[in-house]
Design a protein around this ligand. Sequence first.
Ligand code: ADP
Ligand code: MG
Length: 488
Amino acid sequence: MPDTTTIAELTPDALAAAWASVSESLHEEIGPQSYTTWFSMCVPTGLEEGVMTLAAPNSFTKRWIEENYSSNLDRLVKAAITSAKLIVVDVDQEACTEAYVEDQDKGPVNKEEGDSARPTPQDRPRGSLLATSDFVLNPNYTFESFVVGHCNRFGSALATGAAEQPGTTYNPLFLYGSVGVGKTHLLQGLCHRILEKNPKSRILYVSCETFVNHFVGALEQRTLPAFRDKYRTVDVLVVDDIHILANKDRTQDEFFHTFNHLYNEQKQIVLSSDAPPREIPTLHDRLVSRFQWGIVAEIEPPYYETRMAIIKRRTRERGKPFPDDVVQWIAERVQDNVRELEGAVARLIAFSEMTKRPIRLDLAHEALGSFLQLTPGAPSVDAIIGAITKQYDVKLSDLQGKRRTKSIIWPRQLAMFLFRVLLPWSLEEIGAYFGGRDHSTVLHAVKKVRIRAREEEGVQGELSTLLTLVGGGPLDQHLLEGVSKKGS
Ligand code: ADP
Ligand code: MG
């Protein structure tokens, strides 16, 4: 370890080395469990004018560190880096993912303790992932640990398919979606699966940023032949976050040739991005068209049921299953980003351990309430069900049950309609919630409400009242014309 105390201005490498020494001390001071939960994903991203920035993977981790470990952090960082005067924790998911993955085999601090008898992907000979790869796959990012739902069913089926028969049907495979929807997880799951089936496969998994850096480095050091040799002799090339190519003309040219070379040799190419090919700014037309040669699929943010399933999976994995009402409460509030969902779970578990109180709704309110306020008065499942059951004097079990009497059918249809226009749920999820009904039943209910609202007197008034009660705003024409909040 370098003598970090003497370093005033730090290069990125020196900063990383200093952080490694801070990590080790943190690990000692707060114990392996807390260290893994809160710091294993954190990474320093810069030191400027005495301010060191530490990236945290989500807002829950950031706040937890600030609330509980700021004095440890402050003391240890200042001891390791004399020029550091202030430590700022920032949410930067991407910086964290890469660092975590790269750190997987860097020593005891980041090693997960667990079932040592079973070989993990980490135990595979390194050579199986291309020897020159600077990336180590995250052992947790497997297909088995990926929760499949309506939002990602197509994308995950394609990834599985491509892993079964690389270089054939789905080539290139292009997955796109917003931050935290599981793109990296799926890409790495594909690598794991290919290696399981054929440990000799030469897979190169890189973030696009790494590709850019390698290319620029090769240009500067005049090592292009080696660079090309590395990228063009693989069986599978996986490039995460390919949208980084935007505005990088020369790298785009190089990638174009890499692509052609591999494609012509029928090697599998897998790409992820935050947008579909044609929406990546300044991406050359010839790349756009090539990215569309194979198959392009969107990974959508998880709907409610999938979020519930992910929370249940995570809490079971950690040996701390949450009661259903707590799972629902979180799933209703964290909507778009699975990493935030994981942060909420970690925070609640830690809060419960620290206060020695059981995980219940009241504790969830305390630990997470300030993060997870629904927009005041915004529509929620509870609000909709509350309004319907009150206005029509029915019970939730009636709405979810099989009875088909008139007094229940109409409130049930209204409830389905409100779910559809006010909540980001898919038809399938709404059907499942209402007693395992088919998505076509939900569609029918929505249509029925719209028709009756147009044709029957009083129905628009009923709707207006319900919307007011659930905080859904006025009865806009678009609600009656069939534009859902999130398409499906
Ligand atoms: P992206 O690359 O799209 O930004 P990631 O793949 O990094 O997202 O996912 C963020 C986190 O959420 C990861 O820890 C990942 O394991 C988890 N995650 C995302 N989607 C799922 C899912 N469907 N099932 C299980 N975990 C998921
Ligand atoms: Mg990613």
